[in-house]
Design a protein around this ligand. Structure first.
Ligand SMILES: [Zn+2]
Length: 446
């Protein structure tokens, strides 16, 4: 596909991975994968079938190594249906440990402290891999640690072993946990200029433009996105050079059309991942359908040739029947991003166990629902949105809000704007009073 160093590395591991899978994993020895052992180049991958979670759930044993014992069993979050268990063997964990330890340098003043924040309700079992710095786990569920967060972010090096010298510190965690940490600090009027945090790395939720401004101005530090699936060892990280997300070197990512599964090199499609041996051996994933929409574009970045932006879950997006290309007129993240600028829109109260927080709605998610109504060839996108006020009591304010929301959605999605202008669909905005939409879960990405 290219002579980029990352693709060279992937290509080197590709054929061995394919032959290994064909020899030891029953499903990959079947007729659908008959040309597996002949795959030597990234460009040959589209000749192989797309693998979906439902395919594995039907017969999980067929997708696992015939004799390797599981040493660690991970699972998907289950927010998008049935939970998939992922087996990891001792052999692959040892390979991960040895590969990532090579770059380890002795602890000194420049080794960063990584504050790994834990607090949300999901307990994902992570694949153990050596970190690039010394990790301190800050458990926000523990009230003792919550009472010490100001000290932790001021001098995080005091909480890791070794020398107690000031050095760079990074906060890593789910966006919802960063939301909790930031709110807790603001609640006690913490002076963020005294924090020793050089950057923030978050995953698991949508970073809207408003949220990015909020975090970066509050912490006075840049925020980087991270995206990954619990099934796949490896993730995609926001690039400091071009701003796009790039997959890790030890994982292959392709983008395919959500309807035809044909490769997409420019535009909107579904992220598809292939894991590589020796990092994954017990349960290899070959062309695994993530269910997440991304937008790729030609990037001339020295880090990686594949650069993309995340658009959220396919099933949370809105498609227009008959529309060419991806068929998507509004992705989950475009919708959330456009609506997040409106303070009039209600949000759910989350983390109610945090007694230190007075207004739990600041930790929640916007309450809205999108649905495409199709009737005899006529298509209407119905956006039902809960407001913080009762719409019929304030008719003028409601009309103005509807107008501004429509404008924001059309500005955010060119596909939506063009489809409305061309008369292929219409957009209806229904405002609902407080309490109309309950138990809202955004479920944007795995
Ligand atoms: Zn880049």
């Amino acid at each position: 596909m290219s002579d980029h160093p990352r693709d060279e590395f992937r290509t080197q591991l590709l054929n061995h991975t394919m032959r290994f899978a064909a020899a030891y994993v029953p499903a990959y020895g079947e007729v659908a994968y008959r040309c597996l052992s002949d795959v030597h180049a990234l460009a040959q991958l589209p000749s192989l079938p797309i693998l979906k979670k439902s395919d594995i759930l039907m017969r999980p044993e067929a997708f696992r190594h015939i004799s390797m014992e599981p040493h660690l069993i991970q699972h998907t979050s289950g927010t998008s249906g049935q939970i998939l268990h992922v087996h990891r063997s001792k052999e692959e964990l040892a390979a991960i440990e040895s590969f990532f330890s090579k770059s380890d340098e002795p602890t000194d003043k420049t080794t960063p402290v990584i504050i790994s924040i834990l607090g949300s309700t999901t307990d994902a079992i992570q694949t153990p891999a050596p970190a690039v710095g010394q990790v301190f786990r800050l458990n926000l569920r523990d009230p003792t640690w919550r009472s010490r967060i100001q000290d932790v972010v001021r001098a995080p090096w005091e909480y890791v072993e070794g020398t107690h010298h000031a050095r760079p510190a990074v906060i890593v965690g789910l966006e919802s946990d960063l939301r909790v940490l930031t709110a807790l600090l603001r609640e006690c009027s913490f002076d963020f200029s005294s924090a020793s945090i050089s950057s923030l790395i978050t995953s698991g939720d949508v970073i809207t433009r408003r949220l990015r401004r909020y975090y970066e101005s509050t912490w006075r530090a840049p925020l980087f996105d991270q995206y990954g699936l619990s099934e796949i060892f490896g993730s995609c990280n926001q690039c400091g050079v071009c701003g796009h997300l790039h997959p890790d070197p030890h994982v292959i990512m392709e983008v395919v059309n959500p309807i035809s599964s044909e490769p997409v090199s420019d535009g909107v499609g579904i992220a598809v991942f292939t894991t590589l041996a020796p990092f994954v051996q017990c349960q290899p994933f070959i062309r695994y359908w993530s269910g997440d929409l991304v937008e790729i574009s030609e990037v001339s970045c020295p880090v990686d040739l594949l650069g993309f932006r995340l658009l959220g879950r396919l099933y949370k997006s809105v498609s227009l029947p008959g529309l060419t290309g991806s068929g998507i007129v509004l992705s989950a993240i475009e919708a959330y991003d456009a609506l997040d600028d409106f303070s009039e829109i209600a949000s759910s109260g989350m983390f109610k166990w945090l007694w230190e927080i007075k207004d739990h709605s600041q930790l929640g998610h916007l309450k809205f629902d999108l649905r495409m109504d199709s009737d005899r060839g006529s298509h209407t996108l119905v956006a039902t949105i809960e407001t913080r006020f009762t719409p019929h009591l304030y008719p003028e304010q409601s009309e103005s809000l509807k107008f501004r929301i429509r404008d924001a959605l059309c500005k955010r999605s060119g596909s939506l704007r063009e489809s409305i202008q061309a008369g292929h669909m219409s957009l209806r905005i229904n405002l609902k009073p407080p309490g109309s939409i309950d138990s809202f879960m955004p479920d944007m990405v795995e």
